[in-house]
Design a protein. Structure first.
Length: 483
């Protein structure tokens, strides 16, 4: 009798592999042992055609010989001994399984067949069940992968041992942890690995490295700027990458492809020396300037301050267009920092010396308010150069801490200072604006009383009320005279 009577273990689809201890065989066997043959009576055989007796004699048949009680006892004793040995071996094998389960060790078992929900394995005479979800790191292996291991031995962990009320044991095994440990112990920072693109996200590409996934962030896909990961790769593509970080605790691997490409910054200082002129295509704008592609994978930066000598540019689109080609002058190149700084304005001579000679202090010039900031106003003077009028230069015109000018307003300004070194022009408003405000104090009293609200809301052509130009002491005096 086999020492494993039932072979059903609980699997993913409710199939069971049950391990039942073999029963000891006590009953004697009913087997019979054939004795020596005894010749039958010598009756001639008849010829089928003639009906005459054949010359050949009939076959000799040996009648069964009854076993003696002593022989039966011997056979029963041998069967019992075999059963006891099998039981002993069974107990020893199960003890090893239980010990491996408690210690977290592995055992080696043979894959015998494909069954519903997984694979049947045998550890000597003990059946084990390996669910498909525990066959590999991926949850759903293919039928080809499962069929390929039948007949082979494999290392497994004891995932679960359970026992029902009838003392039947269920043993479920797994090899997922073994495979994971093998990968984590094998992979190292700096290794070049190959994987299959498992998914593409906006922030990067995931590679399947044989059951675990690594991420290549979009910034590490190439030495060149990558606009979209979807344009770079698709699911199923094979790709190599370098391992740059391993986080075993959180099952994360960071990868990079930049190291597999030659750096475009190599020899940049010799290739593009300072003051050399280069051509480039504007690729994208930022709030601090524009990036220009000088060659494949090499972008230079043009800052807002390098777009014009005389204009205060707040948007690079005011001077440049995306995908257009321009010439620029190199002002800085660094292989170590991987930077290339460019200038558009330095293609022409610095005009600030002539500006200083033309726009002399204490002389009035026409201007248009270009921008109103918390610190003051940017004013374009004579349509040539942008100057700055600080708030401090307008303190006698401020009402409720508000600058009295608006964008697009034409005003007259005085040149306060021009700095060639700092490429700046400081302005102040026409002093007559203050005199105009003071002269209001000498105007005759109106015949009719005018409420203070009307004085505050009456607007001049400049976009602010006369009352806004007056100091508070003068306004109060006017209001008192109107009472």
């Amino acid at each position: 009798m086999s020492n494993i009577e039932n072979q059903n273990v609980v699997g993913e689809n409710n199939e069971k592999l049950e391990v039942t201890n073999p029963e000891t065989i006590n009953q004697p066997s009913s087997e019979t042992i054939p004795s020596e043959t005894v010749e039958q009576a010598n009756e001639p055989a008849k010829d089928s055609n003639s009906g005459n007796a054949s010359d050949e004699t009939a076959p000799k048949v040996a009648p069964p010989i009854e076993q003696s009680e002593e022989e039966k006892a011997r056979i029963a004793a041998e069967a019992k001994k075999r059963a006891e040995e099998k039981q002993k071996q069974f107990d020893a094998d199960f003890s090893k399984i239980k010990e491996a389960y408690e210690k977290g060790d592995t055992i080696e078992a043979k894959v015998t067949s494909r069954i519903k929900g997984g694979l049947r394995l045998m550890y000597n005479d003990i059946p084990l069940f390996l669910p498909t979800s525990h066959f590999g790191i991926r949850r759903n292996p293919s039928e080809e992968e499962l069929a390929a291991v039948i007949g082979t031995n494999m290392q497994v962990h004891i995932h679960e041992i359970s026992e029902d009320e009838d003392k039947r044991k269920t043993i479920i095994v797994s090899r997922k942890k073994i495979l994971l440990d093998n990968i984590w112990n094998k992979i190292k920072v700096g290794d070049i690995v190959e994987g299959t693109v498992s998914s593409v996200a906006s922030f990067g590409i995931f590679l399947d490295l044989g059951g675990i996934e690594g991420l290549i962030h979009i910034s590490r896909l190439s030495q060149q700027h990558v606009e979209s990961t979807k344009d770079f790769a698709k699911r199923g593509d094979k790709m190599q990458a370098v391992v740059i970080e391993i986080d075993k605790e959180n099952n994360k691997i960071a990868l990079s492809r930049k190291e597999l490409e030659k750096s475009p910054w190599e020899g940049i200082e010799q290739k593009y020396p300072v003051d050399s002129v280069v051509k480039g295509i504007v690729r994208r704008f930022t709030n601090f300037g524009a990036y220009v592609e000088i060659e494949k994978g090499l972008d230079g930066l043009v800052r807002l301050s390098e777009l014009s000598w005389t204009k205060r540019i707040k948007n690079p689109a005011d001077c440049l267009q995306i995908d257009n080609e321009y010439e620029f002058k190199v002002i800085n190149a660094s292989e170590e920092k991987k930077t290339l700084h460019l200038s558009l304005k330095r293609l022409t001579e610095n005009p600030w010396q002539s500006i200083k000679e033309k726009f002399v202090p204490e002389k009035l010039f026409n201007g248009v308010v270009k921008q109103v900031l918390a610190q003051g106003c940017v004013v374009t003077v004579e349509e040539e150069v942008d100057g700055f009028m600080p708030r401090s230069k307008m303190k006698n015109l401020l009402r409720n801490n508000r600058i009295p000018f608006h964008v697009g307003q034409a005003i007259e300004v005085l040149i306060s200072d021009v700095s060639v070194e700092e490429e700046s022009m400081i302005l102040e408003p026409n002093p007559e604006y203050f005199n105009t405000a003071i002269s209001v104090e000498n105007k005759p009293k109106p015949k009719e009383r005018r409420p203070a609200k009307e004085v505050q809301t009456e607007k001049s052509e400049g976009g602010f009320s006369i009352a806004d130009l007056l100091p508070e002491s003068i306004t109060e005096s006017l209001l008192d005279n109107n009472k």
